[in-house]
Design a protein around this ligand. Structure first.
Ligand code: MUC
Ligand code: MN
Length: 383
């Protein structure tokens, strides 16, 4: 008896962040994500999540575009389809929806969650089984103020929650950013590592000065220093300096991964389920990096615990995440939306044991934070 896809519901939730999160192109006071629940004909269900950052300021999708793509274009082509044939469903989505990778990832993840639950195994099992029981988790220091960031780093170190720190830069002049990073690097010392994420903000000229300065400070990794269109610039920086250069926004799926690898334009790939287009496309990005000898880092789109749990399932199966992960999304939110939260500690996150992605949302939290709840301030104009 075939199990079919019977109902797809997409829910925008808006949750405050624990502090302002200052990136080069936006400052976040809340994080908005799209939770997707797929119900199947046998009564089983699967959950997925699509996320982006700062509306449309980080990349090509926003929660509103993710919800629209799912409701108007993805759901109609998947209704009634065989729930266990995820490769076929992904093919239907790819034909009906170009781009919109976070929207496709949210639905594809829910299909994996549902299938794994019907089989009674973790999603990791469907990708070869876990190798790791825990994954290292970096923290992003992005208060916008050096002293605040230093105090935060001290707290993360003393709580043994994080010791790899990613600093958001690119909003200030290069010289000011270098002073900011140097101050934090001095404070952290050899208790942890310092990386930066420029979020595409530098020109190639600024990047040459920035990369040289960061290398001298002892930074170990520089993420997406130049715009995603400047693959020549990313390659010049990768080839021209010892410090590792990481591709992020330029990686919108396996085809981009192939292009960056062929050009030798990065030392490391930030693998993101939403940017890749789902768990299977993210696994393809990982395969390309491994074949090309490019380092791997488990990236985040600041998903809630739900999307983070899905990413944990996939990254647990990767033999070597040489640069760890940044799967801290739920820790940036003032509220835990999962019924069973992910377990963080000892500078890492535990891979959940249960079936599927290993957890489900707390229905009361979803009800409280959903944008379309009666009386929600955010609902104005989105009806
Ligand atoms: O990599 C990005 O730019 C997206 C995200 C990851 C951590 C963070 O603070 O922002
Ligand atoms: Mn990034």
């Amino acid at each position: 008896m075939t199990t079919t896809i019977d109902h797809i519901e997409s829910i925008i939730i808006d949750v405050p962040t624990v502090r302002g999160h200052v990136l080069s192109m936006t400052t976040m006071m809340t994080q908005s994500v799209v939770l997707v629940r797929v119900r199947f004909s046998d009564g089983s269900a699967g959950w997925g999540e699509g996320a982006s950052i700062g509306g449309l300021s980080y990349g090509p999708e926003s929660v509103e575009s993710i919800k629209l793509a799912i409701d108007s274009y993805i759901a109609p082509v998947l209704m009634g389809r065989d729930a266990d044939r995820i490769a076929a469903a992904s093919g239907l989505m790819a034909r009906a929806v170009k781009g919109n990778h976070a929207a496709r990832a949210a639905v594809e993840t829910a299909l994996w969650d549902g299938l794994a639950r019907r089989l009674g195994v973790p999603v990791a099992q469907l990708f070869g089984g876990r190798i790791h029981d825990r994954l290292p988790v970096a923290w992003t220091l992005a208060s916008g103020n050096s002293e605040t960031d230093i105090a935060e780093a001290e707290r993360m170190l003393s709580e043994r929650r994080h010791r790899d720190f990613k600093l958001k830069i690119g909003k200030r002049k290069v010289k000011e950013d270098l002073a900011h990073v140097a101050a934090i690097a001095r404070a952290v010392g050899d208790r942890g590592t310092i990386r930066v994420d420029v979020n595409q903000a530098w020109s190639l000229t600024e990047a040459r000065y920035g990369v040289r300065g960061l290398q001298e400070i002892g930074c170990v990794l520089i993420e997406q220093p130049v715009p995603r269109e400047r693959l020549d610039g990313l390659r010049a920086l990768t080839q021209g300096y010892e410090i590792a250069i990481m591709a992020d926004e330029v990686l919108q799926g396996p085809a981009d991964a192939m292009r960056v690898a062929a050009e030798r334009a990065a030392d490391v790939f930030a693998v993101k389920v939403c940017q890749s287009g789902g768990l299977m496309p993210a696994a393809e990005v990982i395969a390309i990096a491994r074949a090309a000898g490019i380092g791997l880092y488990g990236g985040t789109m600041l998903e809630s615990g739900l999307g983070t749990a899905a990413a944990v399932q996939l990254f647990a199966t990767v033999p070597e995440l040489a640069w760890g992960t940044e799967l801290f999304g739920p820790l940036l939110l003032t509220e835990e939306i999962l019924a069973e939260p992910l377990r963080y500690g000892d500078f890492s996150v535990a891979v959940p044991d249960g079936p599927g992605i290993g957890t489900v949302p707390d229905p009361d939290k979803v009800k409280f934070y959903r944008r379309d709840r009666p009386g929600s301030l955010m609902a104005v104009g989105t009806a």
